[in-house]
Design a protein around this ligand. Structure first.
Ligand code: FES
Length: 485
């Protein structure tokens, strides 16, 4: 039976991304069967892939790690109990395979003997035909016929199964890997999925899901009590369990901004620091048990102190790290909020976060190549979207245009590091007049019909760019825009 692989697993095995595999499928270079690919087809599509080469995955992991703060990969290895369980499952599989192999060997030996006897008894054409069949069988049984690539592939697949567990979510069919001792919820968020959850800490029960197959291990006690009916139905809490082996789980996911509840959280200032002369980075941290659930691109109200000053800002960080929230606050002369942030706000001060708000979010189901256009501090929600898109790994390619009207791209090095790390990511910093910037985008993309475009910045700039893009042939439903202060 051919070995079928999900796209996520296949991408890992050949050291590529899901987006790159999807491009090959679209070009007809790789066949799929109900969303799965055959190991043989994968090796044919990637004849040059060195199976020990994980460069792309490692680069992507580094980007995700920096978006997810340092707590990720603190414990890269699964704990001993999980490793033992996975080793014993692999050992059982090996034993079953060996038994089967012995049966096949016996069968082939008997078949060879039967062919030998038939060759002796036959004559003429029949004898030649049986002889040819015997020789063919002999050739096919040579160890080299299996192929070095195929062997390396099997070794890598086994190693991947030892180190990580694959999880498929129903009914969406979304998938992700659980690494180390991450909870199922942490791993899903890191993969860009918007699972239903609340406290992340075993109290609220919102992350309750039904285990369809596989085995989980509780990694923290939880106060939420699962009823007998829940237990009988196989319910688990995603925030309190990790995966022992590959799982299928039935879980609720947000289908859009309307599914994310409004939250009010007292967060604390972790740091305030300048990003160049004009922008301040405000880093807030929520309590461990009261994190902000939001979608990339959304904004919140920030209230300080005692809510006497309130302003709305897009979250500049990735929803994959729901505890560490970053904001890019422009220093505006005479603006009481930015003055307070710049002169009075100190680490550990409390800031009230209310949100999320807005519908400027990523279309997770689209596989179209994405163009991101940020105008000035429109980079904040665009940064969140890009980090989310990288975690999700569905877009075929991503191109960022950052228009800085004052010529200062305050996180230029970060944007450049994305482009340096990923072949499928392009970055073009633009400065000066809007007309020049629009001319450059139109020249680079004479036909916009196949792209999704995400555009963010101050209202007048967004209005102007929107009108130009639509006039240039971008379908309305493929344009997503967000207005920033
Ligand atoms: S998120 Fe609250 S119990 Fe899991």
């Amino acid at each position: 039976m051919p070995q079928l692989l999900t796209l996520t697993r296949a991408a890992r095995l050949v050291g590529s991304t899901r987006g790159a595999l999807q491009r090959k499928i679209k070009l007809g270079e790789l066949e799929t069967f109900e969303g799965m690919v055959r190991a043989e087809d994968l090796l044919r599509a990637y004849p040059e892939a060195r199976l020990e080469d994980n460069t792309v995955i490692e680069r992507m992991a580094q980007i995700k790690d920096s978006a997810f703060s340092k707590r990720i990969r603190e414990r890269l290895l699964p704990d001993a109990e999980i490793l033992v369980a996975r080793l014993s499952a692999l050992g059982k599989e090996l034993a079953d395979t060996k038994t089967q192999l012995q049966q096949y060997r016996g069968l082939i030996e008997r078949f060879q003997n039967t062919l030998g006897a038939a060759e002796q008894e036959a004559d003429g054409d029949a004898r030649r035909a049986v002889g040819a069949l015997k020789s063919w069988l002999q050739r096919e049984l040579q160890p080299a016929a299996l192929g070095v690539d195929r062997q390396a592939f099997l070794v890598k697949d086994s190693f991947l199964r030892l180190m990580t567990a694959h999880v498929q979510i129903l009914p969406s069919q979304h998938e992700f890997f659980v690494e180390g001792s991450d909870s199922l919820l942490e791993a899903a968020l890191r993969a860009g999925l918007a699972l239903d959850y609340g406290c992340s800490n075993g109290n609220c029960g919102l992350c309750k899901a039904r285990l369809v197959s596989g085995q989980v291990k509780k990694i923290r006690p939880h106060d939420y009590v699962l009823s007998e009916a829940d237990k009988n139905a196989g319910c688990i809490l995603m925030c309190s369990n990790t995966a022992v082996n590959d799982l299928i789980v039935e879980a609720r996911e947000a289908g859009g901004a309307q599914d994310i509840p409004l939250q009010r959280i007292a967060a604390r200032v972790k740091r305030v620091e300048p990003l160049g002369n004009e922008i301040l980075l405000l880093h807030l941290q929520t309590p461990r048990t009261n994190r902000l659930r939001f979608l990339a691109g959304q904004q919140v109200s920030l209230g300080l102190p005692d809510n006497s000053l309130v302003a709305e800002y897009p979250v500049a960080s990735c929803p994959c790290d729901d505890r560490n929230l970053e904001f890019h606050i422009p220093r505006l002369p005479g603006n009481a909020f930015s003055d307070y942030v710049s002169k009075a706000l100190k680490p550990t001060d409390v800031v009230t976060v209310e949100g999320p708000k807005g519908t400027f979010v990523f279309d997770d189901e689209s596989h179209r190549p994405a163009i991101f256009i940020a105008c000035d501090t429109g980079f904040a929600p665009i940064k969140s979207l890009i980090e989310h898109a990288m975690a999700l790994d569905v877009a075929e390619s991503m191109q960022l245009y950052w228009i800085a009207t004052d010529g200062r791209h305050y996180l230029h090095n970060l944007a450049r590091s994305w482009a340096d790390a990923l072949d499928s990511f392009g970055y073009t910093p633009l400065a000066g007049g809007m007309n020049d910037a629009l001319a450059r985008i139109s020249t680079d993309h004479p036909w916009l019909g196949e792209f999704d475009v995400y555009l963010a910045g101050p209202e007048p700039a967004v209005d102007e760019i929107e009108a130009a893009l639509l006039a240039h042939g971008l379908p309305r439903q493929q344009l997503f825009s967000g207005r920033t202060p």
